[in-house]
Design a protein around this ligand. Sequence first.
Ligand code: OFO
Length: 172
Amino acid sequence: MLSKDMNMALNKQVMMEAESSMAYLSMASWAEQQPGLDGVTSFFYQQSDEERLHMLKLIKFINERGGKAEIPSIDKPMDEFSSVKDVFGNFLQHEFKVSESINELVETALKARDFATHSFLQWYVNEQMEEERVARQLNDKLELIGDDKSGLYLFDRDILLQAATASSQSKP
Ligand code: OFO
C-alpha cells in the first residue's frame, strides 16, 4: 500500500510526464509548420508519445498499489521557437528538470523505506540517463552545424533514424 506522501509525490511526477508530453507535442507541431523539418517533426511526435507512456506507467503503478492516481490539468506549453537550435536547447533543459524530479522521487522512496516504489523508479532513472544522452548529443551536433543549411538538412535526415531507434528502445 502506498503512503499518502508517496502517492502525492508520484502524482507530481504524473503531472511532469504529462507536461513533457505536451511540451514535445508543441515542439513537433512547431517543426511541422517549418519547411523541410520532417525528421525533427517525427522525432518530437515520437518523444511526446513516449512521455505519455511514461505517465500511463506511473498512473497504473499508483492505482495497482492501492493509491489514487490523479489526472492533472496542465498549463499550455511554450509554442514559439526561434530556431531548431532553440527547440533542442529547450528539450535538453526540460530533460534536466525531469531528471532532477526523478532523483527527488527516488530519495523520497528511500527515506520512506518504500522499496517497491524505489525499485519501480529505477526504470525512470535509466530512461532519463538515455534521454539526456540523446538530447546532449543532438545539441552538440547543432552546435557544430551552426548556420550551415546543408548541415541542418543532414541533421534532419539523421534524426528520422533516431526517432525510429527511440521508438524500438524506449517502450516502458
Ligand atoms: Fe519521461 O522521460 Fe524524459 O522526460
